[in-house]
Design a protein around this ligand. Structure first.
Ligand SMILES: [Zn+2]
Ligand SMILES: [Zn+2]
Length: 345
């Protein structure tokens, strides 16, 4: 083993709503099939911000101190007794959810739907805003040296984008509408283009977000100024990333016959559905929950030139400034992803 692993580490712990503090904790011991990973980069996600501000997301409630952060990368610094996949020193992107491997959903290959999933930063499982984590070796994915720590961390949101294009069956020539140009909209856009979409129209109300979407290859519509109908938008596929219920119905009406609607954004618990349009056009409407088996594709896309993840990492903080990372978007709407670097103070 290279550098000696210390017995304790620093971890940014959410103690209660809007109360986050850096604490000293024992470094976790890897189980037989687990690797110990020194964390290098962690993206802050809307879900982290939501837990920080509200202490819960739906039925998931923070009842005990919780470490947030689930978009992470690092380097292997220790191995459990039965680990065969990784050597110490391997740089990895972390797939943050480890399923049970044995239930009906896991056996069917839909492990994202495993009811016994243990997922980083989802109560009561701790996440990656800390110096070291343990992870099952199969969910620590090696990344090439050409990929930055930030890009390796952002393979997690890219996986959401890849999964949305897979669920929507985006292929060569597909015309795609992505509603919402936040971080998830921007990875959905990039994945759809990499899957061969003929055109990707991206909507938002913030000009600077639309500018980023255009730089990444989108045609854009500012829906604060122009309706989708007036803009003449028609799509085979809608990938809904805004989570803004009033906008979703209008977007679904722009989907063509036999089109697909994939609901990625999280907004209200219930949305109005233009049922007559969905029925007469035989439109498929589906939800998505995280992803399954997406890392190999995400790594390939981010290694090539199809996808630019580094561009999304706009703000950087050390571990002591994790709270600033979680509030970065609220302070500056130019923030796309605020990254936390636990190996820095
Ligand atoms: Zn996330
Ligand atoms: Zn399972």
């Amino acid at each position: 083993m290279g550098e000696a692993v210390p017995p304790t580490m620093r971890a940014a712990v959410l103690r209660s709503v809007k109360d986050l503090a850096v604490e000293e904790r024992p470094v976790p011991e890897p189980g037989p099939r687990e690797v110990l990973i020194q964390v290098r980069s962690v993206g802050t996600c809307g879900s982290d911000v939501h837990y920080y501000e509200h202490g819960r997301i739906g039925d998931f409630v923070v009842r005990a101190p919780l470490v947030l952060g689930h978009e992470s990368s690092g380097v292997v610094v220790g191995r459990g007794s039965e680990v065969t996949r990784h050597e110490v020193g391997q740089r990895v992107s972390m797939e943050p959810g480890v399923p049970c491997f044995t239930c009906a959903q896991c056996r069917a290959g839909r492990y994202n739907l495993c009811p016994d999933m243990r997922f980083f930063a989802t109560p009561p499982i701790d996440g990656a805003f800390c110096e070291y984590v343990v992870l099952h070796e199969e969910f620590a994915h090696p990344v090439p040296d050409s990929m930055s720590d930030d890009a390796a961390a952002l393979l997690e949101p890219l996986s959401v984008g890849v999964w949305s294009s897979q669920k929507a069956r985006v292929g060569p020539g597909t015309r795609v509408l992505v509603t919402g140009a936040g971080p998830i909209g921007l990875v959905a856009l990039q994945a759809a283009r990499a899957f061969g979409a003929a055109e990707v129209v991206v909507t938002d109300v913030l000009p600077q977000r639309l500018e980023t979407a255009r730089a990444l290859g989108a045609t854009t519509v500012n829906v604060a100024e122009t309706s989708l109908a007036d803009a003449g938008v028609e799509a085979d596929v809608l990938i809904e990333c805004s989570g803004f219920p009033p906008a979703i119905g209008e977007a679904i009406r722009r989907v063509r016959r036999a089109g697909r609607v994939v609901l990625v954004g999280m907004g209200g618990d219930e949305i109005p559905l233009p049922l007559a349009h969905v029925q007469s056009f035989e439109i498929e409407v589906t939800g998505t929950f995280r992803y399954a088996n997406t890392w190999p594709t995400a790594i390939a896309l981010a290694t090539g030139k199809e996808v630019d993840l580094d561009r999304l990492a706009t703000h950087h903080f050390g571990l002591d400034a994790t709270e600033q990372a979680l509030t970065a978007l609220a302070r500056d709407e130019n923030t796309i992803k605020a990254m936390v670097h636990p190996d820095r103070p």
